[in-house]
Design a protein around this ligand. Structure first.
Ligand code: NI
Length: 135
């Protein structure tokens, strides 16, 4: 029996949408207020979905305590109250859009989950704007 288990998480972070190779004018034209050089913040909400076979003995797909700890350790500690552009290595040369942040989070978590488990990550930048990877 395959079951999906979910864990919600949260972090606050600042960012700006900005392509280093572009002029300030072009960045402003494409990203508007999101390219403000003094940054802006979001209350990011994260939904992590792990799907797999239920272990017949434990009755669990994954220990939710382990998933909680993994997200805290690898995502929240690295992203919460950070300036994503300046303080998170992955975004030194990658625009920290919701799409890219979601992809980075998926990659980090994927590395720490057993191969038998499927992973999907949904990231809310606002209650109305959210992205999901894999699509
Ligand atoms: Ni933004």
């Amino acid at each position: 029996m395959r079951v999906a288990v979910f864990r919600k998480a949260h972090f606050n972070a600042a960012h700006r949408l900005h392509i280093k190779d572009w002029s300030d004018e072009k960045n402003a034209e494409v990203f508007g207020v999101c390219s403000n050089k003094y940054y802006h913040g979001h209350n990011y909400e994260l939904d992590v979905k792990v799907t797999g076979e239920v272990d017949p003995v434990t009755g669990m797909v994954i220990d939710l305590k382990d998933l909680k700890d993994l997200i805290e350790e690898k995502i929240e500690k690295r992203f919460d109250h950070k300036n994503l552009n300046e303080e998170v290595e992955e975004f030194k040369d990658m625009n920290p859009t919701a799409e890219n942040i979601c992809f980075v989070i998926w990659n980090i978590l994927r590395e720490h989950l057993e191969d038998r488990l499927d992973l999907k990550v949904r990231l809310y930048e606002t209650p109305r704007n959210y992205v999901e990877y894999p699509a």
